[in-house]
Design a protein around this ligand. Sequence first.
Ligand code: PLP
Length: 634
Amino acid sequence: SSLYKVDGWGAPYFVVNSSGNISVRPHGRSTMSHQEIDLLKIVKKVSDPKSSGGLGLQLPLIVRLPDVLKNRLESLQSAFEFAIQTQGYEAHYQGVYPVKCNQDRFVVEDIVRFGSSFRFGLEAGSKPELLLAMSCLCKGNPEALLVCNGFKDAEYISLALLSRKMALNTVIVLEQEEELDLVIDISKKLSVRPVVGVRAKLRTKHSGHFGSTSGEKGKFGLNTFQILRVVKKLKEAGMLDCFQLLHFHIGSQIPSTSLLTDSVSEAAQIYCELVRLGANMQVIDIGGGLGIDYDGSKSAESDISVSYSLEEYSTAVVQSIRYICDRRNVKHPVLCSESGRAIVSHHSVLIFEAVSASVPAAPDMGSLGLQSFLEALTEDARADYRNLEAAAMGGEFETCLFYADQLKQRCVEQFKDGSLGIEQLAAVDGLCELVSKVIGSSDPVRTYHVNLSLFTSIPDFWGIGQLFPIVPIHRLEERPGVRGILSDLTCDSDGKIDKFIGGDSSLPLHELEGSGGGRGRYLLGMFLGGAYEEALGGVHNLFGGPSVVRVSQSDGPHSFAVTRATPGPSCGDVLRVMQHEPELMFETLKHRAEEYCGGGGGSSSGVDTDDDDHGMATNNNHNHNMNNNSALAS
Ligand code: PLP
């Protein structure tokens, strides 16, 4: 576990168990009533069609753990409640979950259900997100906030105003000044009293990767002039009492509590000024930014780590706001945050398989005799060969490498001008490989081919170079014998993972034990990818997404129960995404097959658009969804 730093990034949810497998502690601890769940057992149960109740799902697989989600939500809530209590803060905390981090229906529904007793709400950034948030919150706590962020047109604003008519606690947060005219107009037409907030553009700048749009020149929010104009306009419209919330968001993954304190204090001053100007302020919404320690380093220097705990984060927020409000004699506001990454990152694990590995080429001069090899070379190349031989005899390793390299270059030149055959070129490649091996300079890093698409499943690695912990989920009692990089199954040179947490350019890996047959499978997990990755992933190369299972802790023999299973999209599904019509394609291919292959070749068992196998989970048109709620248009 220390090799892969599991204790650092995984605590308190992931541990290496006594069998050398990764186990989940869904409640953040292991007790008699909360047993660990071995990830390998989950994979076996859902992927092996022969196991009892086996579902035969294909990998890659997302294992969703609602118990972890519940624990994250409750930990965030109790961290704020503790800070509020210990500091005598005179208002409560009620957070919202920004659905953009993972809009999966069951994730959002779980969050609303788990957070209902403490008024946890949702944040939406677009019309479809608002629609899903509205419908989910109908089953939630009526006091839960529905924060509407993002660019807003008349339709978005009408929808948000209607949701207030439906007794949802919706706040329209102005991101642009023009949105206010629409809010005033439409609310009058619909006879709804809106609740309005503004997103302030703070001067405090988050300089890390995720804060590139913060600061005075940032992309989002209203500056001080604009905020003052909002106050004036609302006053003129007799609606200043509607202005109740101040929001800001300086970026994700805030590295330290000192930056957090800076931004929260600046926002608290604006809040107090708005109170002074007569707005009916109630809530300060500090946005997202609560970070995740992806590399386990607990360091503010690393872009993928943070130097504080949940408790330190909430203490810093409560302390800064209380201090400023007390000095200004302002009633403590209700605290809201929009943590996404910190709520959903841990709850899902992506599991995939290394299907093959490059074996270092065995040095081989082929069947070519030395004489015929040498005869084909130019005078200069022959001299290189003689010098190489002499350096080898004298044990001069650096000189050997020099002449081997020079010989190879001359041979490539000869091959290009047609004076050297492919057998001779292969022989010189083999000779150079042999020299590197003997001298110990050959590249020991292997390439492991893994059955996923980086573009679909880990888009942030490709897009912004974000690293996630990647670890074999079994065989951890064995010391890995080799190092490797991971190459995905797309035909794209970017489709490889060659940077790992800790700054390593390769990962310690075990030798593959032969393919197929279940026993020899080599399974890896990517952890902490529950936020953003699923929503950002595309269909590059038309690889579909992973299968998904939802696994809860239970008292059964395995200590877990699979409560929902959805195979990855079929080939037909991904083709439809790009406007193809699989049914028409099938007919075309069927006619072609009948024409060229005779009657039998065109049968539906020969060509089935929904049942092709890439080795990706795009091949299954059986729906194992236990609630019988089809995710597939089979
Ligand atoms: N709120 C807003 C307005 C955002 O833009 C974001 C994401 O960037 C979030 C909340 C979520 O941030 P995080 O995932 O860092 O909690």
